[in-house]
Every structure is written in structure tokens, then in C-alpha cells.
Design a protein around this ligand. Structure first.
Ligand SMILES: Cc1cc2nc3c(=O)[nH]c(=O)nc-3n(C[C@H](O)[C@H](O)[C@H](O)COP(=O)(O)OP(=O)(O)OC[C@H]3O[C@@H](n4cnc5c(N)ncnc54)[C@H](O)[C@@H]3O)c2cc1C
Length: 402
């Protein structure tokens, strides 16, 4: 297994505040300091260095929401429908991402990824995924048998698997901040603590036709163009600019369990199940992290707040907004039973661990006769005895965006 870890170097990026300042003007303002906003602003500055560009972010730091709360995987583009923009961007983006990480000496690991079939009925779906991966142009993808799985992951048991050697892991929050650093070095401005609350048109004939404002005490900003990259708030920001209320973001929280440090050696690569086509998720998976942790999950439970990271983060506005939305009601009818199971697994960790250990029971072996040793052998991964802890700051999933 090829592993690449680069030394880490990052210059301090300068985040500015607009508190107490007067009215500002820019050619382009990008709303949202997540990875999409920072990458977009940086690329624009590279292509058009003469433009005066600013990013405005409502939090005190960059990447505090999805971009700093995700599985940290550099995906290879296996799952997407061939010919789709997602497939094209993911496959091309993987090489561009590695090139950027190398150039900027940002740390990553090429851990690879296994998608493991543990039930015979999953094999045709795995074969179909392989076909997709080949059509999408994913490099060096291999279909391997149960014995070869052990070459890549000695403690993993399955019937057949897809091996993707170029899948990796990285801290996307760090990458976001690196994009922002580069943007600032090229002359861009990053204003934090600036929640956009209003968008209006300037007086007729103005060279800067868009005016945005924030909370009292912060100045208005006038701009020629406004790009909004507001992640979980993007539908609301779109509405501020006169767009429809739909599509709407419905927030789901993904919760991960944390493998005990003494069991970390059991997981070296990303291990995923064959996705169940009835659901819009990839399934609970094992994810090694850059800091050495191993995350198990996520599940997907309705979040009571768009940017809430625990059961106790509740926003009546966000909750009402979600459950009164017809699309959400349809989703609840369609996936109600699945949702209850996810909630159950979120509360009772043992049920989630069982899901992660889905057994493959060979014909000649009866599951009922399993001793603890056999249970180990029959598990997708032998972590049956490891108690798990909830990751303190679980991320938010917005299935409508994935
Ligand atoms: C559970 C989970 C796991 C994932 N795993 C992976 C993975 O392994 N690999 C991968 O490539 N992708 C993964 N993703 C997807 C990836 O994290 C997102 O696609 C990406 O981070 C989205 O970036 P963004 O900039 O659009 O959103 P965000 O990072 O959420 O940024 C949006 C920003 O806009 C700001 N904002 C919102 N409203 C305003 C306002 N009014 N004024 C000013 N600023 C505002 C927010 O504060 C936020 O900083 C995962 C996502 C989730 C949820």
C-alpha cells in the first residue's frame, strides 16, 4: 500500500474585521469562507489578478462548518453516474488536489479504499460499481477476491472488494485555510465576523450595483458581482437575492464513533460497504484520520439546527423550517423507518457497532454456533470488543447537497 505523508508548512493567513470601518467597494464579493468560497475566490484572483476581491464569512474563523467537519477523504470518483459533471470533476479534481497538496507541502496520506461486499447479493452491485469506476476513468481500480482483501487490510473479511489505491485522506479545513492564505497573498481580502443579512440594489447607474449589509456596527459593502457559497445557508442567501425558497436545505447530522486508540491498528485504509441503492448515503464506513484517529460512521439523523453539532443544539426556526417543508415530509414518508433506525443507532452505540461489523456467514458455518473467535473471523472488521466513544463534534450532513 502506497502511503505518502508530506511535511506540513502553512503561512499565517490574515483574517480581517470590518468592525468600525467605513463603506467598502469591491469588484467581486464571495459570501462564505468554506472550501467552495475560498477555492472560488482564489481561482478568480489567479485568473483575473486585477480584480479587487473579498470573501465575507459570518464566523470568526474559516472552515468551521462542513469544510471543517467531514470525513476528510480524497474521493476517487467511483460512485457518480458516468458522464455526469460530478464524475468528471471528482476524477480530475483528485489529481489536481494531490498536485496542490504537494506544491503547498500540505500533509495527506494515500491510504487507498476498499468497498467490501459481505453478502452474495451485494456482488452484482459491486460489479456495477466497478463498471462505473472504469467508465469514469478512475485510475488503477481493481476488483479483488476475499483473499486479496487481507493484503490491503489484514483484519477485514469479505467476499469480494473494489480496491481504489488513489483514495486518500486529508484535513479539508487545513486546505481551505491554505486557499485563503494564497488568496490573501495575491491581494484578496478575507473579512470574518461578517454575517450577510441583506442584499439590495444600489442607485441606478452605480458602477457597483450590488449592496450587501450585515449586523449593526458593520459597514455596507458595494460590489459589481456577488458570488454566494454559503453551504448550509445557501438556500436562504439565494432567497435574499430574490430566488425561490426551493430547493431548500434540510439538515441532517452525521454522527461518528471513535475507535479506541489500542484498536487503531485494525484499520489502515478507508473501508466502505457496498452502498444500498434505496438510500442516498454511502453507508457507515471506517475512516482513518490525519491525526491517527479512526472514525466509524456516519449515521444520518435529522438535525434540530442547521449548524448544530449535538442533540442539544436546537433552533426552533430551523426545525420548523425543515419539518414544514413538503420535500421533508415526503422524505419522512419514504425513509421514515430508515430514519428511526438511524436515530436508534445514534442513541444505542452497540447497534451502530453491529452495523459496522455486518457479518458474512459462509454456507458451511452457522452463525448460531459462532464462538467469540469465530465472531471475530466473521466480522467485516474485528472490532467487536472495542467500546467506542462519540466524536465530540459530529458533522452536519445536508443530503440535498451531496
Ligand atoms: C458528514 C460529511 C462528510 C463529508 N465527507 C467528505 C469527504 O470525506 N470528502 C469530501 O471531499 N467531501 C466530504 N463532504 C462534503 C464537503 O465537506 C462539502 O462538500 C464541502 O465542505 C462544502 O463546502 P462549502 O464551502 O460549500 O460549505 P461550508 O464549509 O459549510 O461553508 C459555507 C460557509 O458559508 C458561511 N456562511 C453561511 N451563511 C453566511 C452568511 N449569511 N454570511 C456569511 N457567511 C455565511 C458559513 O459560516 C460557512 O463557513 C462531507 C460532508 C459532510 C456533511
Amino acid at each position: 500500500m502506497s502511503r505518502t505523508t508530506r511535511s506540513f508548512f502553512r503561512s499565517a493567513h490574515s483574517l480581517s474585521s470590518l468592525a468600525g470601518k467605513g463603506k467598502q467597494t469591491f469588484d467581486v464579493v464571495v459570501v462564505g469562507g468554506g472550501i467552495v468560497g475560498c477555492a472560488t475566490a482564489r481561482q478568480l484572483k489567479i485568473s483575473k489578478p486585477e480584480l479587487n476581491i473579498a470573501i465575507v464569512e459570518k464566523e470568526k474563523q474559516l472552515a468551521v462548518h462542513q469544510s471543517g467537519h467531514n470525513s476528510g477523504v480524497l474521493h476517487a470518483g467511483i460512485y457518480y453516474a458516468p458522464g455526469s459533471l460530478k464524475a468528471k470533476l471528482c476524477v480530475e479534481g483528485l489529481d489536481l488536489a494531490y498536485a496542490y497538496l504537494d506544491e503547498n507541502k500540505l500533509p495527506y496520506k494515500k491510504t487507498g479504499k476498499l468497498i467490501v461486499a459481505v453478502e452474495p447479493e451485494e456482488i452484482p452491485r459491486l460489479d456495477a460499481l466497478y463498471g462505473r469506476a472504469l467508465q469514469n476513468g478512475c485510475r488503477d481500480i481493481e476488483m479483488i477476491d476475499g483473499k486479496r482483501i487481507k493484503e490491503f487490510e489484514p483484519h477485514c473479511v469479505g467476499l469480494k472488494a473494489l480496491w481504489s489505491p488513489h483514495t486518500g485522506i486529508v484535513d479539508w479545513g487545513l486546505v481551505t485555510r491554505s486557499y485563503a492564505d494564497d488568496f490573501v497573498k495575491r491581494g484578496g481580502k478575507v473579512f470574518v465576523d461578517y454575517p450577510l443579512t441583506k442584499i439590495r440594489s444600489a442607485a441606478e447607474g452605480s458602477d457597483y450595483p450590488v449592496v450587501i449589509s450585515s449586523t449593526p456596527g458593520l459597514p455596507e459593502i458595494q460590489t459589481r458581482y456577488l458570488l454566494t457559497c454559503a453551504g448550509l445557508q445557501s438556500d436562504r442567501i439565494a432567497q435574499l437575492s430574490g430566488c425561490n425558497a426551493v430547493p431548500k436545505i434540510v439538515p441532517f447530522r452525521g454522527e461518528y464513533l471513535l475507535l479506541k486508540p489500542e484498536k487503531r491498528h485494525l484499520v489502515k485504509t478507508n473501508i466502505y460497504p457496498v452502498p444500498d441503492p434505496r438510500f442516498p448515503f454511502l453507508g457507515v464506513h471506517f475512516t482513518p484520520r490525519m491525526n491517527g484517529d479512526v472514525w466509524l460512521g456516519p449515521n444520518a439523523v435529522l438535525a434540530y439546527k442547521r449548524e448544530g453539532y449535538s442533540y442539544f443544539d436546537i433552533s426552533p426556526t430551523d426545525l420548523l423550517d425543515a419539518i414544514s417543508f413538503r420535500g421533508m415530509q415526503k422524505l419522512m414518508v419514504k425513509y421514515g423507518a430508515f430514519g428511526m433506525q438511524e436515530f436508534y443507532r445514534g442513541v444505542f452505540y452497540a447497534a451502530q457497532v453491529k452495523q459496522l461489523q455486518r457479518p458474512w456467514t459462509p454456507r458451511e458455518t452457522s452463525w448460531r454456533t459462532s464462538s467469540s473467535t469465530m465472531a471475530k473471523d466473521l466480522s467485516l472488521l474485528e472490532c467487536s470488543t472495542s467500546a467506542t466513544l462519540r466524536v465530540p463534534a459530529p458533522p452536519v450532513v445536508s443530503p440535498s447537497r451531496r
